[in-house]
Design a protein around this ligand. Structure first.
Ligand code: APR
Ligand code: PHB
Length: 392
């Protein structure tokens, strides 16, 4: 097989890239190790920045999103049993964030690509990447339906996530890794319960962090900070609800809506960046190049920001034969990546309880929350990062 851009991975990075390239008349083939059913049902995050929503709508894959999403104009920070709203309308000139599950974005992108008769190879096995640094044209090898296949291409886009094969295929000594693991993770549930608040509630409590978010007006998405090595079997439903009630308790008549939990899992938490995000004729995007703690809801949005830059770089190459944007791809992406890392680390550090902290640190965290919710300047910095910094 032959194409212009070989894309490894059909997550948000790979699928948005393929879509943007197609709109610019650039051919690609997407190679995905999982089945279509698996990637369309995989429960991930669900908050989209304004820029991500605008891009999906502007490129023709946002019609269902427009119909089904929930648009939010603020969030609540809750501590000492009191809520404090961060008003995005007032602080960002009307920018919003949108709740629309990542798997719904995946369904829309897969549907659009297959409807256009464009290739996604699902359930590819033993995927490997070759000659991206040899001066020859690179290729992607894999097995599908028991047959060995090879895609010859001009460039490879490594969009295969943190556990993919593209980043590890770059020779030793080329990459520098920047990594911070946190001593806790998030226990996440989906429950058949109407959301207990109109907007997201981030809570700081002596017992640990909790987040109240949602998927629809009937489905709640809730998270609890738990130790990094926690066993999900130690968390029966009643214990989850009891802990959520304690951590989100507030003065007044607010109460937590409870219901049947139909999905639960524990996800670890880390901050990770690899530099550079490119080597030879292979370009990394999304979780293949960086991981953020979910507190700032940046994961999917960073993936989209990366491939927006990558698609412009490929468009320049194929249109006028120049490679300036390709050569500066990594540096351009990393400016946004590191700002998102800082924000995600800051939100995580402000809202989570660390075992290594003492009573001084806990007072300091409360003081930071008090400052952020009482200073317009501090609220503005949170709001402008949360809705998404402007794209360069
Ligand atoms: N060969 C082919 N495909 C692979 C391989 C491989 N060796 N390894 C992984 N994949 C696929 C995965 O099955 C997945 O569908 O690559 C895709 C990577 O998608 P994501 O992990 O979602 O990464 P990305 O597209 O960068 O999106 C980042 O997704 O995981 C969330 O929280 C993360 O919101 C963030 C977003
Ligand atoms: C979610 O809705 O899954 C979500 C929202 C905001 C976050 C993390 C996750 O910070």
């Amino acid at each position: 097989m032959r194409t212009q851009i070989g894309i490894v991975g059909a997550g948000p990075a790979g699928l948005v890239l393929a879509h943007l390239l197609h709109l610019q008349g650039i051919e690609s083939i997407v190679v995905e190790s999982r089945s279509r059913k698996y990637i369309e049902e995989r429960v991930r995050a669900g908050l989209l920045e304004q820029g991500t929503v605008d891009l999906l709508i502007a490129t023709g894959v946002g019609e269902r999103l427009k119909r089904e999403c929930l648009t939010h104009h603020g969030i609540e920070l809750r501590f000492n049993r009191r809520g404090h709203r961060i008003d995005f309308n007032d602080l960002t000139g009307g920018k919003t964030v949108t709740i629309y599950a990542q798997q719904e974005v995946i369904k829309d992108l897969v549907g659009a690509r297959l409807e256009a008769g464009l290739p996604i190879i699902f359930e590819a096995e033993d995927v490997s990447v070759h000659d991206f640094d040899s001066g020859k044209n690179p290729s992607i090898r894999f097995r599908a339906a028991g047959q060995s296949e090879e895609i010859h291409c001009d460039y490879i886009a490594g969009c295969d996530g943190f556990h993919g094969i593209c980043r590890p295929s770059i020779p030793a000594g080329v990459l520098t890794e920047f990594d911070r693991e946190y001593p806790f993770g998030w226990l996440g549930i989906l429950a058949q319960a109407p959301p207990s608040s109109d907007e997201l509630v981030y809570t700081y409590s002596e017992r640990g962090f909790a987040l109240l978010t949602m998927r629809t007006r009937q489905i709640s998405r809730l998270y609890l900070q738990v130790p990094f090595d926690e066993d999900i079997n130690a968390w029966p439903d009643e214990r989850i609800w009891n802990e959520l009630r304690m951590r989100t308790a507030a003065d007044g008549n607010w109460k937590l809506n409870e219901g049947n939990i139909f999905q639960k899992n524990i996800a670890s938490m880390r901050s990770y960046v690899v530099e550079p995000m490119q080597y030879g004729k292979m370009f990394l995007a999304g979780d293949a190049a960086h991981i953020v703690p979910p507190t700032g809801a940046k994961g999917l949005n960073l993936a989209v920001a990366d491939v927006r830059i990558m698609s412009k770089a490929f468009a320049e190459f194929y249109a006028i034969g120049k490679t300036q944007l390709l050569e500066s791809y990594s540096a351009t992406c990393l400016r946004r990546v590191w700002k998102a890392q800082r924000f995600s680390w800051w939100m995580t550090s402000m809202l989570h309880r660390f075992d290594t902290d003492n009573v001084f640190d806990q007072r300091r965290q409360i003081a930071e929350l008090d400052y952020v919710t009482s200073s317009r300047a501090a609220m503005t910095t949170l709001a402008e990062n949360y809705v998404g910094l402007p794209w360069d």
